[in-house]
Write a protein that binds this ligand. Structure first.
Ligand code: BG6
Length: 489
């Protein structure tokens, strides 16, 4: 469990993120006995709450399932009504923190969690610094969510102002994919087993395909999404993290800097996408009306608050190369989209065919039938597909699957990604968070694609129907190499 007493200061406490994800995760940690006896959750926002009405507001996300635990949790909750830009508010915040911490002792830690629009990250961090709240360094942390900028230049600006008041070690940049159990399991699978690592390279792997598909559309987030699009929203962060975990070298120790250094090596080795190659190495799409699970759904341009001529992509795919000893000539295909047939995220490692076919050809199967699939959602699973002989007099081969399903082996609730991440913040382990150099490298990689796309109108939008697997151009990305994405299982 978390040992030291702490204050958890939640900026944007009245907002959606706080209510939907952050507080429920903190409460789950409390319910499961992971939190110390002495802690406080201090909500900060402009909404006119007091301690009781803030508690009531939060209670909406819990129903009545655990009323006793909830009221015990509420004993730790308090609220400060403040304008984030008002310098004087930070003095009041300091006073409130000290009052709450009067019995906490000198090991008390502080976490400032910015569940606010990203435009407020820099001003809040700056004011915290000016009010002396960024210290003591070793016991104070700042947590920020994506999006960290909307391009390389804006990322640098935001990051510079965060790191003016806080040191890099104090800043925890959330990519919630890293909190998912199966994502963490990628390293366990690779480096805690003798079996996979020997074949985890260009000698045996033909290519890697990463799919993060969602069936939801833009929902009520057009205000943000119209200015983001799939490349910024998903590829620059979540898909890059998945790629790094699949491609990185083994760390010497499971330690924040070691792991992040190994990921940085991957980022360094990623072949830059020069503007002249954007067309050939990427695909973008936007969904039109269609059907999902028997329901008719509107096209992106018909969604609330979306420009009827919007050129925002709701689908993005890239073909990447990693120029190093392990991965030379092994393409990594990445794709993500909204309004696809189902919510499925998976990493598919496709092995090379055997060098010599002693058996009658299995022409009816794909070229690379042997593959390892790491399924991240909805059901967390690992699936190894390999060739077997069909029973019978004839020598016929077909693929079969060896499946490991989390739910079958581990009963009971897995922690949510946010639970895991908050826990790690509270114990001060940054392994599952993004270091600035990595975020910057990811922006650098996608920047030419963003630029070329922005400069050339997407005249074919909408180019995929809701409920389909994306645009034709994305199929071409793999088909040109005589490969395919493969529909997830
Ligand atoms: C977020 C994106 O980071 O991740 C959303 O902003 C996306 O657009 C979400 O829907 C997907 O996360 P998850 O955990 O539901 O797969």
């Amino acid at each position: 469990p978390v040992r030291n007493p702490f204050s958890f200061v939640l900026f944007g406490a009245g907002g959606d993120l706080a209510w939907r994800l952050v507080v429920p995760a903190l409460f789950a940690l409390f319910r499961k006995g992971h939190l110390p006896e002495r802690f406080q959750l201090l909500g900060v926002d402009r909404v006119d709450y007091d301690r009781a009405s803030f508690g009531n507001h939060l209670a909406q996300s819990f129903g009545d399932q655990t009323p006793e635990a909830w009221s015990a949790f509420c004993e730790h909750v308090d609220y400060v009504n403040a304008d984030f830009l008002d310098h004087a508010a930070y003095g009041r915040l300091d006073d409130r923190l000290k009052t709450g911490e009067s019995e906490f002792g000198d090991q008390t830690e502080r976490v400032f969690y910015l569940a606010t629009p990203p435009t407020l990250f820099a001003p809040i961090a700056e004011r915290l610094g000016q009010a002396g709240l960024a210290e003591p360094r070793e016991r104070t942390r700042l947590v920020v969510e994506k999006p960290l900028g909307r391009d390389l230049a804006s990322f640098r600006t935001i990051n510079a102002s965060l790191t003016q008041s806080f040191t890099e070690e104090q800043v925890y940049r959330i990519d919630h994919f890293l909190g998912k159990e199966t994502v963490q399991n990628i390293l366990a699978l690779r480096f805690a087993n003798p079996l996979f690592e020997p074949v985890w390279n260009r000698n045996y792997i033909d290519h890697v395909a990463i799919t993060v598909a969602e069936s939801l559309g833009v929902e009520n987030r057009a205000g943000y999404y119209e200015h983001a699009g799939a490349l910024r929203d998903m590829v620059q962060n979540h898909l890059m993290q998945l790629l790094c975990l699949v491609a990185m070298e083994p760390p010497v120790a499971y330690d924040a800097n070691d792991i992040r250094n190994r990921k940085m090596d991957v980022m360094h080795a990623l072949r830059p996408i020069v503007p002249e190659h954007v067309q050939e190495l990427s695909a973008r799409g936007q969904y039109g009306a269609g059907w999902i699970a028997g329901d008719k759904v509107p096209g992106y341009r018909q969604e609330p608050n979306v420009d009827p001529d919007s050129e925002t992509e709701t689908y993005a795919a890239l073909k990447l190369h990693i120029d190093n000893w392990r991965w030379q000539d092994v393409p990594f295909y990445l794709r993500t989209g909204k309004r696809m047939p189902a919510k499925i995220s998976e990493i598919s490692i496709r092995f090379k065919p055997v060098p010599h076919h002693a058996f009658p050809a299995w022409a009816d199967h794909e070229n690379q039938p042997v593959r390892l699939t790491l399924q991240i959602q909805p059901d967390e699973a690992i699936r190894l597909r390999f060739m077997v002989k069909e029973p019978g007099m004839q020598l016929r081969l077909r693929p079969a699957d060896l499946v490991f399903n989390y739910a079958d082996d581990f009963r009971g609730e897995s922690p949510s990604a946010y639970e895991t991440l908050l826990y790690e913040v509270l114990v001060g382990d940054a392994s599952l968070f993004m270091r600035a150099d990595q975020v910057e490298a990811a922006w650098k990689l996608v920047q030419p694609v963003l630029d070329v796309w922005a400069a050339s109108p997407a005249s074919d939008f909408p180019n995929y129907a809701a409920g389909s697997w994306g645009p034709e151009t994305a199929e071409m990305l793999t088909a040109r190499d005589s490969r395919s994405w493969l529909t997830p299982a």
